[in-house]
Design a protein around this ligand. Sequence first.
Ligand code: DAT
Ligand code: MG
Length: 153
Amino acid sequence: MERTLILFKPDAIQRGLVGEILSVFEKKGFKIVGTKMLKMTPELAKRHYAHLVDKPFYPDLERFMTSQPIIAMVIEGVDVVSVVRDIVGATNARQAAPGTIRARFSNSVSRNVIHASDSVETAKKEIANFFSEEELFDYELVLKPFFYAGDEE
Ligand code: DAT
Ligand code: MG
């Protein structure tokens, strides 16, 4: 089972989209293993977006992401990292495939409502940036046999 990090960005919270977006992942069969509301600090933003700190848009990205609390969540499931990226859609919501979360709820490159880790490797690092081991929970989803056949896990 894989885990991935999701962040509900300030626009998702302001616009009341958290429930509807989370519902997509819940209904898909992904298990919530940790969640918290937090205010991203500039330090955490620089660590989380280390690959972007030199970009011209970084100051706005940091300002936006630290402007108010966000909701961080770790979800778990078979191939969750790539499946969630596909469901979230392209960074530029105007080019995101129809039906993706960004296509449905955003029309922007930067106010794109949600973050999702882009690889299994990145997910491990990103999860560790936001959650301690004690904040992640290892429990059984009792409906799992209705989401997966035994040989898919
Ligand atoms: P993603 O969020 O799809 O993983 P990313 O990791 O390349 O995309 O960038 C992280 C965030 O930075 C992205 O969600 C919004 C912002 N960003 C990326 N490219 C941008 C651009 N060209 N202009 C403005 N903001 C951008
Ligand atoms: Mg990214």
